[in-house]
Design a protein around this ligand. Structure first.
Ligand code: GLP
Length: 262
């Protein structure tokens, strides 16, 4: 894993946006995997600003979101489809038909999961996957104990995750109990991943992801098995890391030095 530790959370989020923007600029028909949550809001704001400042067009870009609550209307205020429309899609020139978010309702969640997985494969797989991380180490909505080779599926949310996401709903009882999420195996099949975690609340999960054993107890630790992962974190989220001098030596303050300068 490439571990980049920044002084502030905004520097980490800005770098994430720069990586995505430079991908869209150099390969306009990229297939991007996108995420939701509080962390992503600033990243998307930077993406919108950067796309406008540098005239980057998303007209050929295809997106697949990681997850969606199951059991709410897709157009409800708290759905991830609404989140994506509001925080990103309606501010850039992406073709709405090229944006994909898992279904939020239907007769059979397993069928919906399979068609989403099939759509990703038909698009040629994910080129660049953006990820956040839950306090318990979840990625997408793959909660602890999820199979590390899972493909898109329906998952039961933990109470901790429902509590964390309570702020996006009027009442706790409105927070769905289930979600459709791309699997950990689906994420591992992407060409490149970037994962962003900031704040002291994420420090334990970040430690387990980077330095812990590969274990279903921390789904994000499966990323240790991926060959091209960049971790973007701030000092607060990095506070439990052990060989801190090493991370700072390789990438001082998150800088990516040329090999010849190392
Ligand atoms: C939700 C999403 C995850 C995201 C996590 C972190 O649970 N399903 O994909 O990583 O939230 O959210 P936040 O950035 O708000 O801490």
């Amino acid at each position: 894993m490439k571990v980049l530790i920044f002084q502030t959370e905004d520097e980490a989020k800005l770098r994430a946006a720069q990586i995505i923007l430079s991908r869209v600029q150099s390969v306009p028909n990229s297939v991007l995997g996108l995420a939701t949550g509080g962390t992503m809001e600033a990243i998307y704001a930077h993406l919108i600003e950067g796309s406008s400042n540098h005239s980057v067009s998303w007209s050929e870009t295809v997106t697949f979101n990681l997850d969606e609550y199951w059991g709410i209307p897709a157009d409800s205020a708290a759905s991830y489809r609404t989140y994506m429309n509001e925080h990103l899609f309606k501010h850039i020139d992406v073709a709405m038909k090229s944006t994909h978010v898992p279904a939020s309702s239907g007769d059979d969640p397993s069928d919906a999961a399979q068609s989403y997985e099939d759509a990703i494969l038909t698009a040629g797989g994910i080129d660049l996957q953006l990820l956040g991380i839950g306090k318990n180490g979840h990625i997408g909505f793959n909660e602890p104990t999820s199979s590390l080779s899972s493909r898109t599926w329906i998952k039961t949310l933990t109470q901790e995750t429902r509590d964390s996401n309570r702020r996006f709903f009027e009442r706790l009882e409105d927070v769905p109990k289930y979600a459709l999420t791309v699997g950990i195996g689906t994420i591992l099949a992407s060409e490149e991943c970037i994962i962003v975690g900031t704040g002291v609340d994420k420090a334990a999960a970040i430690k387990a992801m980077i330095e812990g054993p590969v274990s279903a107890a921390c789904p994000a630790s499966a990323l240790q098995m991926h060959r091209n992962v960049t971790v973007l974190i701030d000092n607060d989220a990095a506070q439990n890391l052990d060989p801190m001098e090493y991370y700072q030596h390789v990438h001082p303050e998150g800088r990516e030095t040329e090999l010849s300068n190392v």
